[in-house]
Design a protein around this ligand. Structure first.
Ligand code: ADP
Ligand code: ADP
Length: 225
């Protein structure tokens, strides 16, 4: 279970700063949410942690190890994005097995882990289906299973429930919280939905204009007299 540190992280696009000096420490096992309006730098920050974007300057450190020399698949970080589609030509089991294949985990161990991940997200009998045979919520659960199957100490989620209707969203919120409690990994979660942030998080980082404007627990941010 990881600790993550961002030190003065910046990302410029031309002359514009998408992320303008973010400092942050994610504690071991913490559920931290990035909340803020569209364009405030949440996704770009997450993408830099994932290795999908390169910081213009600053340091990102996971468990004491600087991440910048590592490509995404070497970072040992799970990811779930709103539009991070499943591979349509692969079965659900094959989709979930993919990160294990990348890590050369095979045979019985792979089979066991895929079955366990399917069970964890409540889809034990769905391994042989194809993504287009699943509902949106089921697909998002498979994406979650794929992100967790290699037991990453850190999980990144960018608006993972944004495409779901309200009822399913609330159900999935509880499932993500249950998985977090049971597995204990650290989580960075992005949403622009304040209510979702309040329900899910240990702490909330409020983004504005590429910076963290405020950070603290829900009580600290919203119930201070
Ligand atoms: P959020 O996730 O909070 O909506 P983003 O991190 O997506 O914000 O974007 C932050 C800012 O960076 C926005 O102004 C956005 O237009 C800009 N931006 C993001 N990605 C790119 C890109 N690839 N090229 C140019 N500008 C970008
Ligand atoms: P391949 O035979 O090319 O590995 P499969 O689609 O048969 O492709 O399986 C991909 C991975 O998922 C394998 O590790 C396999 O053991 C596992 N797997 C396949 N079907 C299931 C299932 N229904 N439940 C659990 N694991 C499965």
């Amino acid at each position: 279970i990881a600790t993550l540190e961002l030190r003065d992280v910046r990302k410029l696009y031309g002359a514009t700063a998408a992320v303008d000096g973010v400092n942050l420490t994610l504690k071991r096992g913490e559920f931290l949410t990035f909340l803020g309006p569209s364009g405030s730098g949440k996704t770009t920050t997450l993408a830099m942690v994932a290795g999908l974007q390169t910081p213009t300057s600053g340091r990102i450190i996971l468990d004491g190890q600087p991440l910048d020399p590592l490509p995404p698949y070497r970072r040992n970080i799970g990811m779930v994005f709103q539009h991070y589609a499943l591979f349509p030509h692969m079965t659900v089991a094959k989709n979930i097995a993919f990160p294990l294949e990348m890590r050369k985990i095979d045979g019985e161990e792979r089979k066991r882990r895929v079955a366990e991940a399917l069970r964890l997200v409540g889809l034990p009998d769905f391994g042989d289906r194809f993504p287009n045979q699943l509902s949106g919520g089921q697909q998002q659960r498979v994406a979650l299973a794929r992100a967790m199957v290699f037991q990453p100490p850190l999980l990144l989620m960018d608006e993972p429930l944004g495409a779901l209707d309200k009822k399913l969203r609330e159900q999935m919120q509880l499932e993500i919280l249950r998985l977090h409690r049971d597995l204990g990994m650290s989580i960075l979660y992005v949403t622009h939905d304040q209510e979702e942030a309040l329900v899910m998080s240990d702490r909330i980082a409020v983004f504005n204009d590429g910076r963290i404007q405020q950070i603290g627990s829900a009580e600290e941010l919203y119930e201070r007299p």
